[in-house]
Write a protein that binds this ligand. Structure first.
Ligand code: ADP
Length: 554
């Protein structure tokens, strides 16, 4: 006998088609609820979704899509997006999610880099694609997900409705039956720190990521849950939820384009949502409304917040409504989940503030992610919550090489440098200090912009805060902060400094304070690159006045 099983165990490829087929068999009637573009509510279930996804697969096949051809989507979280997601992956082509918040030039760049053959878009994005129609030569067909009967061609590109393309086609088609290492989906990083880079996931990596992210220590979803992914499907696969919900048999509620707190809350309450996930900006709006009215949706128990750091205040405020914030950290390159705030047996013995501090860290790595921090020479640093270094990761759902790049993005041991600087405590909880590009180095020591922003956000009048480095002759760099405050709340520089004084080391106090509406990037995070450009006057309608902090107050 060899060390292999010699075919004694079955080959059952870990592919996306199986996720939907099994949901259709095991949970055929489980709800899929969608807020449509016009605002009305549509309803379906997993059995129907599977049949209609197969129709799309069939129509793509008829069109001549095959192998690793890319089909791109430009849609919010809705039924047609789910259909296309599974239709494309189910027939073995590559589903490429595009982010509609990117400006048209960036979109064209990404479509050209991916050489997408078909674009599936919702009607609202017709204008956006119209702007670039003559700059995306690889696109042979545009499909519009709309109830309209007729659509006009966009530029010179043939255009049809999705119904026209797939509505009359039989669901009997080639479905799955390929290797699990085949490319399944493609997602570009949002380019907050440079040019967007494509991450090409395999069916296997998506499948394993979904299993990992739904461990009880992580999302822990079951058939009893009603899940609303607020995080868009184009933002790092909606953190795996379009795979995880059907795997778990959880109902899905798709909020469409209406992502303001009021609309999201309305849907949560109408549909009995138990679990949601998103970046802090949207959930902040939800929190504001439930705080104002003094009541939260009865069914909502857990919210995964990630993408940027969640503030201690936010966790505390949701706690007061008995809603548990689960802080997660990850990145497009990790499919995306890397770490999540887990409950460990020793948590019961911790005091409230200690518990809160732990939960506000970025969490422990999930099963299937190996992580370490290293110094500039690559030496592994201890997990003592003091040493901070570059956070490196390795695992079956972590990128090895970017799409269309010539060189691997991992070191000789297979570790990928996340570009984040972190500390890890003795229990394995990761605390992000900064993105390496955002770090503030004053007198050779790091000031964590994340920690400084957290301290600022605990002021009731401060809605959002951004801490940036400004070069300084004496110290190398010094922090300055730009604040977005609640409407009608006048706040002076000295108020800010007095608020910070008891919360942070003295040398972290900012040298200047400015007030502005903070620019958000394509995934809802504060866009520090743009903010820097606004500050140095190279971009933006107006300069942000930063007021130097007077020596006697600093
Ligand atoms: P992009 O890199 O284009 O911004 P991603 O969503 O992939 O898109 O961003 C990943 C980065 O976001 C991480 O490397 C990290 O810097 C930041 N991030 C993600 N989750 C958190 C979190 N919980 N706290 C702080 N930063 C986070």
């Amino acid at each position: 006998m060899t060390t292999q099983t010699d075919g004694l165990m079955q080959d059952w490829a870990l592919t996306a088609d199986k996720i939907l087929t099994s949901a259709a068999a095991q949970f055929p009637d489980t709800r899929i609820v969608v807020r449509r573009e016009g605002g009305d509510i549509g309803r379906s279930n997993y059995a129907e979704l599977e049949q209609n996804a197969r129709r799309i697969a069939h129509a793509l096949h008829n069109f001549g899509i095959s192998g690793s051809d890319r089909v791109a989507t430009l849609m919010w979280n809705n039924y047609h997006h789910l259909l296309t997601w599974y239709g494309v992956m189910g027939m073995g082509a590559v589903l490429h999610t595009l982010n509609p918040r990117l400006h048209s030039g960036q979109l064209a760049w990404i479509i050209n880099d991916a050489k997408d053959r078909i674009l599936v878009i919702e009607k609202g994005f017709t204008g956006l694609i119209g702007e670039i129609a003559d700059k995306i030569p690889s696109v042979e067909l545009i499909l519009i997900a709309t109830d309209d009967v007729d659509v006009a061609p966009i530029g010179n590109i043939p255009t049809k409705t999705l119904m026209e393309f797939a509505g009359g086609v039989s669901p009997d088609t080639v479905w799955g039956g390929f290797d699990e290492n085949r490319a399944g989906s493609l997602c570009y990083t949002s380019g907050t720190t440079g040019n967007p880079k494509g991450v090409l996931y395999s069916h296997r990596s998506n499948f394993l990521h979904a299993l990992v992210a739904n461990q009880t220590n992580a999302f822990g979803l079951s058939a009893m849950d009603v899940v609303m992914p607020i995080v868009p499907m184009f933002h790092a696969n909606a953190w795996g939820l379009p795979f995880i919900a059907p795997m778990a048999g959880a109902a899905l509620v798709m909020p469409g384009s209406r992502l303001d707190g009021g609309s999201v809350l309305e849907l949560i309450e109408q549909e009995g949502v138990t679990f949601t996930a998103g970046v802090p900006t949207v959930l902040q709006d939800v929190l504001r409304i439930i705080t104002e009215r003094g009541s939260a949706p009865e069914t909502l128990r857990r919210i995964v917040i990630g993408g940027s750091a969640v503030s201690t205040d936010m966790v505390r405020a949701f706690d007061a409504f008995d809603i548990r914030v689960i802080h997660g950290w990850g990145m497009t390159e990790m499919s995306p989940l890397g770490a999540i705030s887990m409950v460990l047996p020793d948590e019961a013995a911790l005091g409230n503030e200690e518990k809160l501090a732990r939960r506000c860290r970025q969490g422990r790595t999930v099963f299937g992610v190996e992580a370490k921090i290293v110094d500039e020479a690559g030496k592994v640093l201890p997990n003592d919550n003091k040493a901070a270094g570059a956070l490196l990761v390795r695992g079956p759902a972590v990128v090895k090489r970017y799409f269309n790049h010539q060189k691997d993005a991992v070191d000789a041991d297979g570790f990928f440098d996340t570009g984040d600087i972190a500390k890890i405590d003795e229990h394995g909880f990761i605390q992000l200090v900064d993105r390496s590009k955002d770090v503030i180095k004053s007198g050779g020591e790091w000031i964590s912009s994340i920690a400084l922003e957290d301290a600022l956000c605990s002021h009731p009048s401060i809605r959002r805060a951004a801490a940036l480095a400004r070069s300084d002759e004496k110290w190398g760099e010094r922090p300055i902060v730009i604040l977005e405050v609640e409407d009608d709340d006048p706040l002076g520089t000295s108020d800010v400094i007095e608020h910070l004084r008891p919360l942070i080391p003295k040398w972290w106090l900012p040298d200047a304070v400015g007030f502005a509406q903070l620019p958000l990037g394509a995934t809802g995070k504060i866009d520090k690159m743009k903010l820097r450009a606004m500050l140095d006057g190279s971009e933006g309608p107006e300069l942000i006045p930063t007021v130097p902090v007077k020596k006697e107050t600093a």
